[in-house]
Ligand binder design. Structure first.
Ligand SMILES: O=C(O)CCC(=O)C(=O)O
Length: 168
């Protein structure tokens, strides 16, 4: 897969994309949302969508692209239910990283997920709603006792639409 399309797209959105993360949840980043993709990229995104979402599920047409510096990281958060439905599907590009999930109810209940570069993760169910997720900073980036060096990392994230309450 070539990355030229992403590098060209970086910074094309002026403002912050808001997923209800709140102020200061991410550090050392740039981001954009992309609607138009090359045919090659569209095919890849379609494979992600087919894997993550059942047929007929309404999805956000804009794809969120988050470019974290080597020193960048994402603090624990749960995506707002106002902006995002039940599923978050992310491709991790350029660098491997560690995603930590921590239960909101019981912070002793946590797990680390290794996200190798070029892998796809899908958060849904309790992982989406009951656990915060975060991307660890380089200094803390270990999995099974092994250092997972964090380089610059680009994630390409597809989401489905929140289910809106029926009008009264
Ligand atoms: O960069 C990632 O893969 C995680 C992004 C994230 O935390 C989110 O979409 O809520």
């Amino acid at each position: 897969m070539g990355w030229e399309w992403l590098l060209r797209a970086r910074g094309s959105s002026g403002g912050r994309v808001s997923w209800g993360w709140g102020q200061g949840a991410i550090h050392g980043f740039r981001e954009t949302e992309i609607a138009q993709w090359s045919e090659e990229s569209r095919e890849i995104l379609q494979r992600v969508r087919d894997e993550a979402f059942p047929p007929g599920m309404s999805q956000l047409s804009l794809v969120h692209v988050l470019d974290l510096d080597k020193s960048g990281y994402i603090k624990p958060h749960i995506d707002s239910v106002k902006f995002c439905g039940c599923t978050i599907a992310g491709l991790s590009l350029l660098s491997s990283s560690v995603m930590r999930l921590v239960s909101e109810q019981n912070p002793e209940d946590w797990m680390d997920l290794l996200l190798p570069r070029r892998s796809l993760y899908i958060l849904r169910g309790p992982a989406r709603y009951e656990f915060t997720h975060e991307i660890l900073k380089d200094e803390e980036s270990f999995f099974d006792g092994q250092k997972i060096p964090r380089e610059r990392r680009i994630s390409v994230i597809c989401r489905n639409l929140p289910i809106l309450p029926a009008p009264t």
